[in-house]
Ligand binder design. Structure first.
Ligand SMILES: NC(=O)C1=CN([C@@H]2O[C@H](COP(=O)(O)OP(=O)(O)OC[C@H]3O[C@@H](n4cnc5c(N)ncnc54)[C@H](O)[C@@H]3O)[C@@H](O)[C@H]2O)C=CC1
Ligand SMILES: O=C(O)[C@@H]1CCC=N1
Length: 264
């Protein structure tokens, strides 16, 4: 597979790391106007770091555009004449719809919107995918790549904004919950490093329990909450402060924002 990543900032470089660490390519072009984030990959075999987007497009079959919504339009326009019907064009840009991509490069191209998260660098991304009519023929190929980098789900494009909030922004939401747990642990007497370990490993255990057992969170909560015990006391205090409500409102606020980005 000849892959190019155009835009190697936070997400593009995370994707590059996942792809390089697991040798998922025959050649990999990393193209950015500022290549600082991928300078460590310069000496990797079969990896080319460049600032020439057109060179990257011409040398590759699979193009992953990892640019901010405000930049992707201009970059697509500048490489459009070099994109052929054989290319598979993937975009991770939040709120940038397939119809907009089609209007720039043509609806006869294979286009797939991919929504991974930064855990892709350690092969733990939850990645959602949606394609245009032509791209549906290539979506299994895309899924094959991203299955090597975590877990994938093919969804209708209408759900991609929601998936962006839950899976991509979700990394930040979960980080904040872990940080708050760490702050609580320090207040209860743990050193910062220990507090961090307790918080992350417990979070990992909770997610693993749900994934491996297939059970509902409330079933697992019932197994922890001893009657009149400390867990239900803590949970109820959190709910009186609006824990679930705050999370849901945050998710909805994030979703409203991404819909504004979509319209702009
Ligand atoms: N950061 C995240 O966790 C996620 C980001 N996304 C989406 O991915 C896209 C990229 O996000 P980030 O990586 O966070 O942004 P970023 O700002 O870190 O990276 C964008 C990169 O594009 C480069 N760039 C700008 N103009 C260019 C040009 N003309 N030619 C070549 N490169 C150019 C910039 O130098 C920068 O390195 C955004 O659309 C975002 O919505 C989606 C899911 C998760
Ligand atoms: O915050 C953002 O807009 C992007 C999309 C999801 C993650 N980062």
């Amino acid at each position: 597979m000849k892959i190019a990543i155009i835009g190697t900032g936070n997400l593009g470089s995370s994707i590059a790391k996942g792809i390089i660490n697991h040798k998922l390519f025959t050649s990999l072009y990393l193209s950015d106007k500022n290549t600082a984030a991928v300078k460590d990959f310069v000496n990797e075999d079969y990896v080319t770091v460049t600032s020439d987007n057109i060179e990257a497009v011409k040398a590759s079959d699979i193009l992953i555009f990892a640019l901010q919504p405000r930049h992707i339009e201009k970059v697509l326009e500048s490489v459009s004449s070099h994109i052929t019907n054989d290319h598979v064009v993937m975009s991770v840009a939040a709120g940038f719809e397939i119809s907009k991509i089609e209007s720039i490069i043509g609806s006869d191209k294979n286009i797939i919107r991919v929504m991974p998260n930064t855990a892709i660098s350690i092969r733990k991304s939850m990645t959602c995918l949606a394609a245009n009519d032509k791209g549906n023929g290539k979506i299994e190929l895309a899924q094959k790549i991203f299955n090597q980098l975590g877990t994938t789900l093919i969804i209708p494009e209408e759900l991609i904004q929601a998936a962006t909030v839950i899976c991509a922004s979700g990394i930040a939401f979960w980080m904040r919950l872990v940080r708050a747990t760490t702050q609580g642990a320090i207040q209860l007497g743990f050193e910062a490093e220990q507090a961090h370990q307790l918080a992350t490993q417990t979070c990992y255990g909770a997610a693993s329990l749900l994934i491996e057992s297939g059970r509902h969170p409330e079933q697992e909560i019932d197994r922890v909450t001893t009657p009149s015990g400390c867990t239900i006391e803590g949970l109820n205090a959190m709910e009186h402060q609006g824990l679930s409500s705050a999370l849901i409102q945050g998710i909805v606020a994030s979703f409203e924002k991404i819909n504004q980005i979509k319209k702009s």
